[in-house]
Design a protein around this ligand. Structure first.
Ligand SMILES: [Zn+2]
Length: 473
């Protein structure tokens, strides 16, 4: 039995005295994921972050008999921190997080910045504290809290990777390399997800997949006077628009090809309805909508389903366009758009890539040169039905840590590793949760870690890992 009062006091102290100070240092390090810092190895920031976490973790796990830590480095790949904490019985719990970061982004408030930690109103601002630096600290604190009151747990393996924000392309190699040491986990805990509010425990029931890449339309070998050429040479921007309209209805944002949809399971529709009820208008009000901007639908459940089970397109970058300040009257030679297409959880990523590539590249208007370069596409993830012991444990954990029942909801983002693990360990139960709640703005400016939620999630994980060990089946 976990003593809730003792748990709270242990976790509070650990966060206040040890975790927040170390995360503050962690935020200062610009250890961007390899996709955003090709020279990450030379720059050494990733190593700095690893060293900081390693030092902290070694000190803490000294209190856990037999616990070991290794920084595993396969040649040419981002490192992994691998921690083993012995436990009772034959079973294994795998706890996962990542230490690489998204790039800076513009729009930080005065005095705030990606690499400038600011502690204000229980929030620790800066890049990577919430996504996902806290995961290793929270995992170790949860196990230390159980040790503090002599509560037994299974063997636990903590795996912290450094390639998540780039699609975890290094991770499969580590999973193979470490397979024998990981074993076969019956429970995976992932602390890299979101929460709908900061008042209860949110369990992620699904994650979307992702197809990402570029669409390039070229009409000229070099730019020419727009007065001379417009009306003769078709605009590359217009052709790109035409091509995108094959994929997306520009009036509604609905993705058009039927092959990019799946049947949404009825349990997930019911959970979406419940999440919409709990959240109310916060479903959209949590986002920094510009004054007067309306969400894409009036029905809140529809919005939740749009975000979690339906494909949606974002144009996330462009090349070939001149900046406004420098733009002259030139008909531009090409337009390149970077596309990010979120996919329903159970749709195969590779299949989506095939559909989209064919759709955009066929029968191009004016026979312009079109190149569609999409990555492999990643498949999302949909949770197995929760085992009865885990459903009961999650309810208990939310009550213990937050004093409120848990909520189940899909997330709109992707955590590539969960799809990989789901395939590798088909019978495994997953607890995917996190601190990325309203306005926490991971990937954007003014990202913050809501410290009280970090503490409560830590408490909840301690409870769940304890229950996992005593479960009846
Ligand atoms: Zn993350």
């Amino acid at each position: 039995m976990v003593d809730a009062i003792r748990l709270k006091s242990f976790v509070d102290t650990c966060w206040n005295e040890a975790i927040v100070p170390s995360l503050t240092e962690y935020i200062r390090i610009p250890n961007k994921s390899p996709a955003y810092d090709a020279l990450w190895a030379e720059h050494g920031y990733m190593d700095d972050a690893v060293k900081l976490m390693e030092r902290w973790a070694r000190e803490r796990i000294a209190a856990l008999p037999g616990a070991t830590l290794e920084v595993v480095r396969l040649p040419g790949r981002t490192p992994v921190i691998f921690i083993e904490v012995p436990g009772q019985g034959q079973d294994t719990v795998l706890l996962y997080g990542h230490l690489d970061k998204q790039p800076e982004m513009k729009g930080w408030w005065d005095g705030f910045g990606p690499w400038t930690p600011v502690l204000k109103d229980d929030r620790l601002y800066g890049r990577g504290g919430a996504d996902d630096g806290y995961a290793m600290y929270g995992s170790i604190a949860a196990l230390a809290a159980l040790k503090d009151q002599g509560v037994a747990h299974a063997r636990c393996v903590i795996l912290i990777e450094a390639c998540e924000e780039s699609g975890s392309f290094d991770l499969p190699f580590y999973i193979d390399h470490l397979a024998a040491r990981i074993g076969k986990p019956s429970l995976v805990v992932c602390l890299d997800s979101g929460c709908g509010n900061y008042e209860q425990l949110w369990l992620t029931t699904s994650l979307r997949g992702l197809a990402m890449g570029t669409l390039t339309v070229r009409v000229l070998s070099e730019g020419v006077h727009s007065g001379d050429a417009s009306g003769i040479v078709p605009s590359s921007f217009r052709i790109a628009r035409l091509l995108l309209s094959r994929l997306e209805d520009e009036a509604t944002g609905k993705i058009l090809p039927d092959e990019l949809y799946v049947q949404v399971p009825s349990e997930r529709i019911a959970q979406a309805r419940e999440a919409a009820r709990v959240l109310g208008p916060d479903v959209y009000a949590k986002l920094p909508l510009a004054a007067g901007t309306l969400p894409m639908a009036d029905d809140l459940t529809e919005l939740v389903l749009n975000r979690t089970w339906r494909p949606q397109l974002s144009v996330i970058g462009a090349d070939g366009l001149t900046s406004v300040a420098e733009a002259g009257n030139v008909l531009l030679p090409f337009t390149t758009l970077k596309l990010s297409l979120r996919l329903p959880p159970t749709l195969e990523g590779a299949k989506a890539v095939e559909v989209v590539t064919k759709l955009l590249a066929k029968e191009v208007p004016y026979n312009a040169q079109v190149e569609v370069k999409l990555d492999r596409g990643s498949t999302g993830w949909d949770a197995l039905a929760l085992a009865p012991w885990l459903a009961a444990s999650v309810a208990r954990a939310s009550q213990t840590a937050f004093g409120k029942p848990p909520v189940y909801m899909g997330e709109g983002g992707s955590i590539p590793f969960m799809g990989m693990l789901g395939e590798k360990f088909p019978g495994t139960q997953f607890v995917i949760t996190g601190v990325l709640g309203p306005h926490s703005n991971a990937h954007g400016p003014n990202e913050f870690l809501h410290i009280p939620t970090g503490k409560r999630v830590t408490m909840a994980i301690a409870q769940i890992v304890a229950d996992h060990h005593t479960r009846a089946g």
